[in-house]
Design a protein. Sequence first.
Length: 438
Amino acid sequence: MLPMLVVFATMDPRGSKIGGIETHIRQILRNHPAGTDLLLVGIDEAGDLAPGVPLAVPFGGRSITFLPVAHVPADEARVAAPSLFRSTTLRFVAGGLRHLPALRRLVAGRSASADLPRVEFAILPLLLRLPYALTIHSDLTAAASTDSLLKRHRGLKHWSEWLAFAGAAHVFAVSEELRGALAARHRGIARKSSVLPVPVDTRLFRPTPFPEGERFHLAYAGRLDAVKDPALMVATIAALARRLDGRVAFHLIGAADPETIPGFAAIRPLTERHGMQDAEGVAARLRQVHCGLMTSHSEGLPCFLLETLASGRAFVAASLPSFTPFIRAGETGALVPRHGATEATAEALAEALADLWHDIRAGRLDPARIAASVAAYSVDAIFAGLFATHARIRIPGGGTDYAETGPEAASRSQPASSAPQDAPGPSASAITVSASAR
């Protein structure tokens, strides 16, 4: 009987909920080792499945087992809950407890381990007596200080954290800073933790020649929250259109409605709205464009940045420290400092984009070289350590020592020539991701 990896996540593999955690889980589903069975314990967004009844579902050209334990409509799963009892997390955990017998039957007699993206889920593998690896995607202290629901239930949050860290066989953090902060707050974390950088699926997001034509095609994928500064994004497209006599196409990927953004009416004729897309859809859209664009006030290492570069497309953004290792002028794109007023920054971004368009048309940017800049962040390189850790913690007594992950660890088992010489390494200061980033 094959070993089993049990993934607990508040998502439906048939749905299209986006976010950093969801992207991470989908990459596990798509790339888990061939000699391992995968069970996803999740939610039913459509309401068409019987809770507690497993079924085989296709995912990324493979078959996985899906056990829905709660029905949470898609529109509720994608927004913050107004109360504790409407919380997607609580409904998921309650459903998992309710259907614990079904879970026991699925893992009975198997060499199995569990993968958790949230501390609140730890009670489930603990009751199943499954060793588990826990991945922390964001600063839990910051989340508790900004989330109104968590503010009202700090005791429950602290208890779930203590339980999760105490019971974990291994803890991954997406940055060295985050790992250090966890080790400072929780005894014993240092000896059983490592950094797991954000990966990109380079088999799906791969370089192709720039599209031909007279129009400059740009893309943005993700939400349009205030932190993304959508007003600056719209103003930048408008300023660029003035410079290029309207020969601009803006591809907007995501469920957010841009009609409420100030100034959007001016670029509506230039905008192609693609709506919610799965990873394959995002990859297809990126093949149609020349450049990605972000204007956020703050970011960690968004999946959209890595996906754009892995697709061989340039990237222009309002300057942020975490982008610096990846965006190099004349090679992969441009970073533009903010200039105070939105209009001034928009003009500076538009100037950088116009210069980049000139370089692309002159053949000075190479999609293959752009893609090589993030080769060290491939799923194969990053997840080698993740899956090796799961194989280790399934062995009784093999689960609490340090496991090295990331590009450096993977490179030790690969020929030196397989790693591009100009690829940025996983700088700790660059690798920070929030659970909401695409």
